[in-house]
Ligand binder design. Structure first.
Ligand SMILES: *[C@@H]1O[C@H](CO)[C@@H](O)[C@H](O)[C@H]1NC(C)=O
Ligand SMILES: CC(=O)N[C@H]1CO[C@H](CO)[C@@H](O)[C@@H]1O
Ligand SMILES: [Zn+2]
Length: 417
């Protein structure tokens, strides 16, 4: 028992009031911790399980935001996922400390308060709780890496470049549905066994196509994490890894991954995800945890802010109705699956400062607009709405409903008078 725990014990108060200790928390302890946080910070947190593991462990996600339980127009969604390889455990504990840091800084720290007010931050400490249960304290082993059915979850997603024969596992399915239900814009997933920030693509099917159309943004994201990390940017050599210049690498050029989560997010989920390898040792001694937290704390916060880069807005028709499923892409950076507006007609495009042409199209009609994204854009992406002159048939259907409604109300008025 350290002095904090001792003090809490003697004061007879819940451990929530005291800072989270730097030890490993088993699945039950993580659940209790998340529930306690959610109880004490109920106005800015929302706790839910997005599904269950093979063994029936819940896949908990804590959401932090001003309206944590639901999406708000203009508020971007970002997520952190840790421990998808059950024996890579540093990220799992970092998530718990990050949660504590965010909620306790609300109202006391201006920057964090603004971040929470303007972002919906989803944190999943463990995507593979069964693997964690099976794992042993070991730096370079693989015991506990897979889920309970023996599948590597980071090889289990549909792959745009290759057929993936692995049957989709419950944990993977839950994450796919989650990605489908939320309109995530930015994400990172945490691993161990190396110290590097790795960005898409993780797979490719011909020479040179491992470079994504958003390579500039991805390189910037990875560099941002590495430079805000205590030593990642210096290039940390682990057993079995090369030295990564500046602490970053393209995923495919490191080694190809078929069915990885990062490419799935980017290609199918319209969400920019990078993979962050936090430590040479996958399951280090608990005495190292406070050091890992101080190495990563600034980078974790700075990374969340990146969800506000670029341009966002809504696409409307001439009557002012939002248009869902309108394609919104930047000229010369077409995605494998075109990025489309959500049910509110919203789009979010992560872009570095610069001048871009945004092309919007739906029902065979398109419009374009030049946007100039300035360096000064701070916590808010540039806002640019679009008006689409849809063919008369689709506008007419709205008009017909309006005519019908006014006709009905006229009848009602006649009846009632
Ligand atoms: C965050 O939002 C709350 C509720 O609207 C508001 O009271 C508070 O001033 C905001 N904080 C910042 C830093 O914008
Ligand atoms: C009941 C309880 O634990 N309340 C605490 C929740 O967190 C705030 C800090 O924002 C404390 O001030 C409360 O005492
Ligand atoms: Zn891993």
């Amino acid at each position: 028992m350290n002095w904090v725990a001792t003090c809490c014990f003697f004061l007879g108060v819940t451990t929530v009031l005291c800072s989270l200790d730097f030890t490993y928390h088993d699945n039950k302890a993580v659940e209790n911790y998340l529930k306690a946080i959610n109880k004490n910070y109920s106005s800015i947190t929302y706790l839910h399980s997005i599904g269950a593991s093979v063994a029936g462990n819940q896949l908990w996600v804590l959401v932090i935001g001003l309206h944590p339980s639901h999406h708000m127009i203009g508020i971007p969604e970002m997520k952190y996922v840790a421990n998808m390889h059950g024996n890579e455990v540093v990220g799992r504990e970092l998530m718990l400390h990050l949660i504590e840091y965010l909620v306790t800084s609300y109202k006391t720290d201006m920057v964090i308060s603004q971040l929470i007010n303007n972002t919906r931050i989803h944190i999943m400490p463990s995507m593979n709780p069964d693997g964690f249960d099976a794992s042993v304290q070991d730096c370079y082993g693989i015991i506990g890496r897979t889920n309970k059915n023996g599948y590597d979850l980071n090889r289990n997603f549909p792959d745009a470049f290759d057929l993936n024969p692995n049957p989709i596992q419950p944990e993977t399915r839950a994450v796919m549905d989650w990605i489908n239900n939320e309109n995530f814009v930015l994400s990172a997933n945490f691993h161990g066994g190396a110290v590097v920030a790795s960005y898409p693509y993780d797979n490719a099917n011909s020479e040179n196509n491992e470079i994504s159309p958003d390579n500039d943004f991805f390189k910037n994201l990875a560099t941002l994490y590495a430079t805000n990390h205590a030593n990642m940017h210096q290039g940390v050599q682990c057993l079995n890894t090369a030295i990564f210049p500046n602490g970053i690498t393209n995923g495919y050029l490191w080694y190809p991954v078929r069915g990885g989560m990062q490419d799935y997010n980017y290609i199918y989920g319209q969400c920019f995800e990078i993979t962050i390898e936090l430590s040479c040792c996958k399951y280090p001694d608990a005495s190292m945890l406070s050091e890992f937290w101080s190495e990563n704390k600034v980078a974790l916060i700075e990374y969340i802010k990146q969800v506000h880069k670029g341009v966002k807005g809504q696409v409307f028709d001439l009557l002012g109705y939002p248009i869902p499923n309108a394609i919104v892409e930047v000229k010369d950076r077409n995605h494998i699956k075109p990025y489309k507006t959500n049910s509110n007609g919203e789009y979010y495009l992560l872009l570095l400062p610069g001048v871009y042409t945004v092309i919007v199209s739906a029902s065979g009609v398109s419009t374009l607009q030049t946007v100039n994204i300035k360096e000064s854009q701070n916590l808010y992406a540039m806002k640019q709405d679009f008006l689409l002159h849809l063919p008369t048939s689709s506008v007419n259907s709205h008009l017909q409903i309006c005519t019908l409604l006014s006709f009905l109300s006229t009848i009602l008025v006649i009846f009632c008078t």
